[in-house]
Design a protein around this ligand. Structure first.
Ligand SMILES: Cc1cc2nc3c(=O)[nH]c(=O)nc-3n(C[C@H](O)[C@H](O)[C@H](O)COP(=O)(O)OP(=O)(O)OC[C@H]3O[C@@H](n4cnc5c(N)ncnc54)[C@H](O)[C@@H]3O)c2cc1C
Length: 387
């Protein structure tokens, strides 16, 4: 196995590194990330940043050129994450669009849908959300009760979704709803695009442990969705939802960036505050795990670029990175000691950024499918164990 980068990937790295040096916004690249007055202000900032990245075609670089990417291979895709981490550059905001919607539309959408939506996903002109989970349907998504009734050339959607990340800022959402009420389970579900500004869509933000509101409740009351917004075949949306979920679980490039930054944080804190032998062992363990995650990601990306579909093995990746993120944050909090619980103020470290990150990552074993559910998938579909 040759694990050195190709000359093309190295050239890509040099071009990107130069671009990042000139373009990473002030305050990034160091420990002092900028503070925002409000979440709205933060969203405006991140939208602009993604537009700038996209203009230089660094967002979705592995997408085909016809849809705004560079047709970059897995090596370049990996290099991109690595360089973003090294530069401590801000992340893209439209992650649901780029990581979930884009690949799902490329696999199952019509050409008209791809032309209409894909480029605007990359530039963050349109932000997207994922309208899958419901109050009574999370792990068991096929028990959803949101229905979409056919009315001429429209669907009329009624129901409730919950935990919908970024819905309050989203222009569009990917929705799964029951179109055939005579069917149960995975059958009779369709997958469609909802314009979040449509009459009948009501979004109510939920305040989270971190004090901010990433996710929302979404109420849909007689929302009219044009038939042309159906993705794939009528009543066959569950297959498409599987593509979306596999992408949610199976590639974790963002996690690579986060894990790298966390490891750097640990090293910096250990250097300043000291670390005994046991702590040094814990940190060294993460240096190894960051490397293992990198190689695992690389393997997944190689499969994607070869045109292979992501299968139930993607559950391994989700399980591993979410557990690893939480264990890494535990070490960071141990290194911080009592100062770790301060969310801002003169005695806080990094103005509470690490504390907020620690709190946020409690959710990692829930979102993108809970870890118990990932273990079930591995047991049944990978290991062939009985139910
Ligand atoms: C930060 C965050 C962001 C999210 N963003 C979105 C989003 O944008 N869009 C969206 O659609 N959803 C989103 N979700 C929802 C997420 O996908 C669900 O929370 C998740 O699928 C679990 O569903 P649930 O919360 O209904 O829990 P439940 O399914 O009710 O599970 C409750 C508990 O029971 C366990 N359990 C359930 N079934 C089994 C089983 N068969 N075997 C063993 N244990 C089981 C679970 O592991 C869990 O511990 C988000 C969640 C979080 C935390």
């Amino acid at each position: 196995m040759d694990l050195t980068f190709s000359p093309a990937a190295e050239a890509f790295r040099v071009e990107l590194r130069t671009w990042l040096r000139e373009n990473v916004p002030a305050g990034y690249g160091t420990d002092s990330f900028p503070e925002f007055e409000s979440q709205d202000e933060e969203v405006v900032f991140f939208r602009k940043w993604q537009a700038r990245l996209a203009e230089a075609r660094w967002v979705g670089a592995h997408w085909p050129a016809e849809y705004g990417g560079r047709g970059a291979g897995p090596e370049e895709h990996y290099v991109l994450q690595e360089e973003m981490a090294a530069a401590r550059a801000p992340e893209v905001i439209n992650r649901i669009g780029v990581n979930l919607v884009g690949p799902s539309l490329m696999a199952h959408g019509t050409e008209a849908q791809r032309r209409r939506y894909l480029a605007r996903i990359l530039s963050a002109e349109d932000l997207w959300c994922q309208l899958f989970s419901e109050p009574g349907a999370g792990s068991d998504l096929t028990s959803l009760t949101t229905r979409a009734e056919i009315d001429g050339d429209h669907f009329v959607v009624t129901g409730q979704k919950v935990w919908t990340s970024w819905a309050q800022y989203a222009d569009y959402g990917i929705l799964i709803a029951r179109t055939d009420p005579s069917q149960r389970g995975a059958r009779g579900i369709s997958y469609m695009i909802v314009d979040m500004r449509s009459p009948g869509v009501e979004v109510r933000p939920l305040r989270q442990l971190t004090g901010t509101s990433e996710f929302n409740e979404v109420f849909l009351e007689g929302v009219r969705v044009p038939r042309e917004n159906l993705v794939g075949e009528l009543h066959a949306g569950w297959t498409i939802a599987q593509t979306t979920l596999a992408h949610e679980r199976g590639t974790s490039p963002r996690q690579l960036v986060i894990h790298r930054i966390l490891l750097e944080d640990m090293l910096r804190l250990a250097a300043v505050r000291g670390a005994d032998a046991a702590m040094r062992q814990r940190i060294a363990q993460f240096a190894i795990e960051v490397e293992v995650t990198k190689l695992n990601n690389w393997r997944t990306l190689t499969r994607l670029v070869r045109g292979d579909k992501l299968g139930p093995e993607s559950s391994f990746i989700k399980l591993y990175w979410s557990d690893m993120s939480q264990r890494m944050h535990d070490v960071v909090m141990d290194l911080l000691g009592p100062a770790g619980i301060l969310d801002g103020g003169p005695y806080s470290v990094a103005r509470g950024r690490l504390l907020r990150s620690y709190l946020y990552y409690r959710a990692a074993s829930i979102f993108a499918g809970t870890n118990e559910v990932q273990r079930n998938i591995i047991a049944q579909r990978v290991l062939g164990l009985p139910r």
